[in-house]
Write a protein that binds this ligand. Structure first.
Ligand code: ADP
Ligand code: MG
Length: 323
């Protein structure tokens, strides 16, 4: 614990942690940042808050937390097909722990550099640990990937593998038996929980090809449900095609359930009109899996080995009173 002032804390840990951008006219240090949006582009904006014990465990590694706080926002930009540009950070800290701050800002800066996104301002105050990050990105006017464009006959895809973060969390909470999997598999699930990879490049590649997209933060069924609702369509999902990692299927007996319903995934779910399918397959080879088809009906029907099956459940919802 030290008597570091708010001013020097910001200076030491948050100024200049990212590469310079010519569109930042004035960054951290004044009442507002001054930013320049390129002509012909729209600004995509999104904010997310991570609260201790709700979104992350109290003993989480601060470097991973810095990474994840930004990754969830980058994942939203990815889902719109946007190119990251700037972010702001509202940080509420119970105390000034310099070691914690150094690790947190390092994790944050590392991912920010990878995506050339600049920290341009924020707010710092004392209270229970929570982190809010607002991200800003650019997308060519009218080109963004939205939730409302899916049409009957479109193919449904997801990136990466599903359910790993929930498997990692179950492992941390002692609900899975470590001994069953190798150390590599256990660490894979931990990494998927604590250091998710936002699919920014995939999102950008899908511009002009996908008819709708969303990032899977609340679970596949819940988030695909948003696409269906906004687009006025339904879906058929082929359960046996869900991409499930070897680590998850080795370590959890509920891999399929987690793949369908568990949140904290930060993969993309998107729909592709048949005429663009070949191009998507070619461009995203090995990065995505087809899991079903958009139908003209309401809601989702599940098929397993060509047979219709019944499933019930929802994705993660903060304010739901029961299932
Ligand atoms: P004000 O009181 O005018 O809102 P502050 O004293 O809170 O300004 O912040 C001073 C400057 O530091 C501002 O430019 C603000 O954007 C920036 N800032 C504050 N906290 C953070 C943070 N956690 N990360 C990045 N910039 C921050
Ligand atoms: Mg001010």
């Amino acid at each position: 614990m030290s008597a570091l002032s708010e001013f020097s804390l910001i200076k030491q840990y948050f100024e200049d942690i990212t590469t310079e951008r010519s569109d930042v006219i004035l960054g951290i240090g004044d009442d507002c940042a001054l930013l320049k949006c390129p002509e012909g582009q729209q600004l995509a904006v999104s904010i997310d808050t991570l609260v201790e014990s709700i979104h992350f465990l109290p003993d989480v590694d601060p470097g991973s937390l810095g990474h994840k706080s930004l990754a969830v926002g980058l994942s939203d930009l990815a889902a719109m097909g946007a190119t990251p540009a700037w972010f702001t950070l509202a940080l509420t800290l119970p105390e000034v722990d310099q070691q914690w701050l150094a690790a947190f800002s390092k994790g944050l800066a590392c991912l920010a550099k990878q995506h050339n996104i600049a920290l341009v301002g924020g707010d710092t105050c004392r209270g229970p640990l929570s982190i809010s990050i607002q991200v800003h990105g650019f997308v060519n006017a009218g080109d963004s990937l939205r939730r409302d464009g899916a049409k009957k006959g479109d193919l449904i895809y997801v990136t990466g593998s599903l359910g790993d973060a929930a498997g990692g969390l179950a492992m941390k909470q002692g609900k899975l038996t470590k001994g069953i999997g190798s150390e590599v598999e256990v660490n894979f699930l931990y990494q998927r929980l604590e250091q998710p990879t936002p699919r920014v490049g995939v999102g950008q590649m899908l511009v002009g090809l996908a008819s709708a997209a969303i990032d899977i933060s609340d679970g596949l069924v819940a988030d695909l449900g948003h696409i269906l609702h906004k687009s006025g369509v339904g879906a058929q999902l082929d359960i046996e095609d869900l991409p499930i990692s070897t680590a998850l299927s080795t370590l959890s007996t509920e891999a399929e359930h987690l793949a369908l319903y568990a949140g904290d995934n930060y993969e993309l779910c998107f729909t592709v009109p048949p005429k663009h399918n070949d191009q998507v397959q070619k461009k995203l080879k090995g990065q995505c899996t087809r899991i079903g088809t958009i139908t003209g009906d309401d809601g989702i029907v599940f098929f397993k080995n060509k047979k219709l099956i019944k499933l019930s459940g929802l994705g993660y919802e903060h304010f739901s009173t029961g299932r």
